[in-house]
Design a protein around this ligand. Structure first.
Ligand SMILES: Nc1ncnc2c1ncn2[C@@H]1O[C@H](COP(=O)(O)OP(=O)(O)OP(=O)(O)O)[C@@H](O)[C@H]1O
Ligand SMILES: [Mg+2]
Length: 273
């Protein structure tokens, strides 16, 4: 995205302002920021939903895999960009989970065997065996969220956008989704996730983006972003626990470096033991 500005029809203010954002192929980028800062709006632009589906004004440039997403719209992005909505109710539309999973690849015109293989792949990865025959409307919120993620994955988009994918999941569901994200990254997908789980972000992200009031405030490797404890607290993002502890120690005159990953927290012991 280059100098991207977005305004919804009927709003007087710009929702996104001068956003410059880049993700390299195969990167896992995690977007954080308080409610209303514009994470979902950024995803809607990348998925070609504004203004194609949601009326509004988009100024500046947004390109994914060489496609201008604003002029192509969501119809031109099938198989390229996959968005898992924040609210799975918006996404689950058919009468059976199996149909839901088949819909994307069917629309892409793929052969039956390929569709079957993709369904088997996501069903195994997200442990959906027991859901296949169910009517999605009878699933719990968390179960719907898993099915919504699975139904986007069967299209094997090059760029996967996940808008708070674990917000409704229990511990087990969260683990499944977070592990699946790490797996998809290994398969070469570009994954952009809005997610509040900082400890997880610190471990797996290639890049962390902190947004506030429609613009990007901080961006960098997790260790660059999360070690700026004071800044990110001010921006309404909770730093990882180990970074917070180190920061408090430093305020008390103990000169330790600021780790952001649990696996690096040994530095807090340092030479003092
Ligand atoms: N369809 C819409 N029409 C008008 N304004 C909207 C629309 N959708 C979102 N907004 C406004 O745009 C701003 C950014 O909203 P957005 O949903 O992108 O934030 P968010 O960071 O995803 O928040 P959350 O963490 O709560 O999901 C908010 O002020 C919101 O009220
Ligand atoms: Mg949102």
């Amino acid at each position: 995205m280059r100098n991207l500005n977005v305004k919804y029809l009927g709003s007087k203010d710009w929702t996104l302002r001068a956003v410059d954002f880049e993700a390299n192929r195969g990167e896992l980028v995690i977007i954080m920021g308080p409610s209303g800062c514009g994470k979902t709006t950024l995803f809607r632009v990348l998925a070609g939903l504004i203004p194609s589906l949601l009326p509004g004004t988009v100024e500046g440039q947004a390109v994914v895999e060489g496609i201008d997403v604003v002029s192509s719209g969501y119809k031109g992005l099938a198989g390229v960009v996959g968005l898992v909505y924040q609210n799975p109710e918006m996404q689950v539309v058919t009468r059976s989970v199996l149909e839901e999973l088949a819909m994307g690849p069917e629309n892409l015109g793929l052969p039956r065997e390929e569709i079957r293989a993709r369904i088997d792949w996501v069903v195994d990865m997200l442990n959906l065996h027991d859901f296949l025959g169910r009517d999605p409307q009878t699933l719990s919120g968390g179960e719907k969220q898993l099915v919504a993620i699975a139904s986007v994955l069967t299209s094997k988009p090059k760029v996967l956008l996940l808008d708070e994918p674990t917000s409704m999941l229990d511990h087990r569901g969260t683990r499944l989704v977070l592990d699946a994200i790490a797996e998809l990254k290994k398969e070469g997908l570009t994954v952009i996730v809005a997610e509040h789980r900082v400890e997880w972000a610190a471990e797996v992200a290639d890049r962390v983006v902190v947004m506030g009031r429609g613009t990007i405030l901080l961006e960098g490797k997790p260790e660059e972003v999360f070690s700026r404890v004071e800044d990110i607290q001010r921006y309404g993002v909770r730093p990882p626990g180990v970074a917070e502890v180190a920061y408090e120690l430093r305020k008390r005159g103990v000169n330790v470096p600021i780790p952001v990953k649990m696996s690096d927290s040994w530095v807090l012991l340092g030479e003092r033991g």
